[in-house]
Write a protein that binds this ligand. Structure first.
Ligand code: FES
Length: 250
């Protein structure tokens, strides 16, 4: 198939970017979207042009590193699918495809289609962990976890931190990501010790980054490749209110 690509090119964080048009022949429908970009880059390198930079790692839909906006949709047209798992059979011969980076104040563009998602790392560092005392590893079944609780925690833990929720939200909110991480740990007994300070610290860090506020449009859930539910945001608000009340009472 033949494609007409309009790709966002930007030299660095401070330079102005623009859309550049490319024509790509002989695209195999079995290629993934990233393999299509690899093919374009081979063509650019052969012509002594600078290749398009984009993020990727596992290419298996696991790591959350990939992510571009394709025809206005984060990760493209296929529901619950990362960019690396999207295949060219979802597009038509002679189609024009618009490819842009995730756009949000909290995700500054580093180069071309790459954005800086360090803000997510800082939110996790602020409290998205369980402190483990050193010593012998405890027996795995010492603290039993009910099946329903384990399933619910796992659903939240499925968030791969790709940032599609931020790119999709008209406010550039990181509420879905932060709430999935808070909820996952809030449900597990092993993480109860730091429950209150975790919610307060992670939300404070989220507010410190340049993310907007959640206004309940639920667009984040629609375009999340993992189908993370907005119920996590309700849980985050509960955790925040609970922790604030307990802190006030002390
Ligand atoms: S490259 Fe890892 S999820 Fe796409």
């Amino acid at each position: 198939m033949k494609l007409y690509l309009k790709i966002w090119r930007q030299k660095d964080r401070v330079s102005e970017g623009k859309l550049v048009e490319y024509t790509l022949d002989n695209v195999n429908t079995h290629m993934s979207f990233l393999e299509m970009l690899d093919t374009l880059n081979n063509q650019l390198i052969t012509n002594n042009e600078e290749p398009v930079e984009f993020d990727h790692d596992c290419r298996e839909g696991i790591c959350g590193q990939c992510g571009v906006v394709i025809n206005g949709i984060a990760h493209g047209p296929l529901k619950n699918t990362t960019t690396c798992q999207l295949h060219m059979r979802e597009f038509k011969d002679n189609e024009t495809i618009l490819i842009e980076p995730f756009r949000a104040a909290g995700f500054p563009v580093k180069k071309d289609l790459k954005v800086d998602r360090g803000a997510f790392d800082r939110i996790i560092s602020s409290g998205g962990y369980v402190s483990v005392n050193t010593g012998q590893a405890p027996e795995a079944n010492t603290i039993p976890v009910g099946h329903e609780t384990a399933e619910a925690a796992f659903d939240s833990a499925a968030c791969i931190g790709c940032g599609a929720c931020v790119a999709t939200c008209k406010n550039g909110s990181a509420a879905l990501f932060t709430s999935a991480k808070i909820t996952q740990l809030a449900l597990l007994p092993q993480a109860k010790e730091e429950r209150d300070q975790r919610a307060l610290k992670m939300i404070a860090q989220m507010d410190k980054e340049q993310f907007g506020h959640c206004s309940n449009t639920e667009a984040c859930e629609v375009e999340c490749p993992q189908g993370i539910s907005v119920l996590n945001i309700a849980r985050m608000n509960y955790e925040y209110n609970r922790a604030s009340f307990l802190k006030f009472k002390k």
